[in-house]
Design a protein around this ligand. Structure first.
Ligand SMILES: Nc1ncnc2c1ncn2[C@@H]1O[C@H](COP(=O)(O)OP(=O)(O)OP(=O)(O)O)[C@@H](O)[C@H]1O
Ligand SMILES: [Mg+2]
Length: 262
């Protein structure tokens, strides 16, 4: 059965999609894991970053509305399997109204969950029915945070949503940690932010990952080429940081010790 990890933060632009893409491509490339990446964001950026056309294919919207079986929406890329999303998913809040609407993704994934080692879910910058669907099926959440927009108010809302999902549909939902992105170690702000993130993490009963992801323009360039950061700029700082972060994630989510195989 796959380990399901959702990347979440209702703040926009904190690195959810970048981190989802790095996790999905990295787990497949460096650890030979069988990975399914699911884009639950109507912006459709994850599928795009992994090199897919998101307009002319079956998407997660078709799956959640029961129009196609999940197998038909899975696309193969050089890195991993992917279920894309597009703008049609933005009507989820008004479209998904029936009882059990929080469990649509969990139910849809049941036939394929045993085919994968990891399922990585990218979520929208919101706390809505799509996010709740991701939380309902996830074993672990990872919260990317960018230094310039840490806000305690946002974190309280995030914690409330996690708690309410734990109380209702997923009591075992674990927060694996906070990953600091767009990080510049040299600044005082970065050190202050790290301290704040550690406070936030302890309030949420979790930790801040030891590795931060440094800033580099290569991160913004890679998606335009449909390449993972590791293939686009293997020697850039974020590639090195994401590889170290991957090792942390693997250590925390595997029972046995796992090393990079490539
Ligand atoms: N380490 C980094 N260095 C430089 N730029 C970065 C880094 N990480 C992310 N970015 C850039 O920041 C922007 C936002 O990143 P990303 O799309 O991953 O965030 P997001 O949380 O998924 O955003 P949204 O909430 O809109 O879905 C992108 O332009 C991305 O290229
Ligand atoms: Mg995104």
């Amino acid at each position: 059965m796959a380990t399901v990890i959702a990347l979440t933060n209702q703040k926009g632009g904190v690195g959810k999609t970048t981190t989802s893409s790095a996790l999905a491509a990295g787990l497949a490339s460096f650890y030979d894991k069988k990975v399914l990446a699911i884009d639950l964001d109507p912006q459709g950026s994850l599928g795009f970053s992994l090199g897919l056309n998101i307009e002319e294919c079956r998407t997660v919207h078709d799956v959640l509305t029961g129009q196609v079986p999940i197998q038909e929406a899975i696309q193969l890329t050089d890195y991993c399997d992917v279920i894309t999303s597009n703008i049609l998913l933005s009507s989820a809040e008004i479209e998904f109204t029936s009882a059990g609407r929080e469990l649509l993704l969990k139910k849809a994934l049941a036939p394929v969950i045993d085919n994968y080692d990891y399922i990585i879910i990218d979520t929208p910058p919101a706390l809505n029915i799509l996010t709740v669907n991701a939380y309902a099926v996830a074993n672990h959440l990872i919260i990317p945070m960018a230094p310039e927009i840490l806000s305690l108010l946002g974190v309280t809302q995030l914690k409330e949503t996690i708690d309410s999902v734990r109380e209702s549909v997923n009591p075992n939902l674990n927060v694996l940690g906070i990953i600091l992105t767009k990080f510049n170690r040299r600044t005082l702000l970065a050190r202050e932010v790290k301290e704040m993130a550690e406070n936030v993490a302890s309030q949420m009963g979790t930790c801040v990952f030891n590795n931060q992801i440094r800033t580099s323009v290569s991160v913004a360039e890679a998606p335009a080429h449909g390449l993972s950061i590791f293939d686009h700029s293997p020697s850039a700082k974020p590639s090195e940081d994401y590889r170290n972060f991957l090792q942390e994630v693997i250590n925390m989510t595997s029972k046995e010790k796992v090393q990079e195989v490539r």
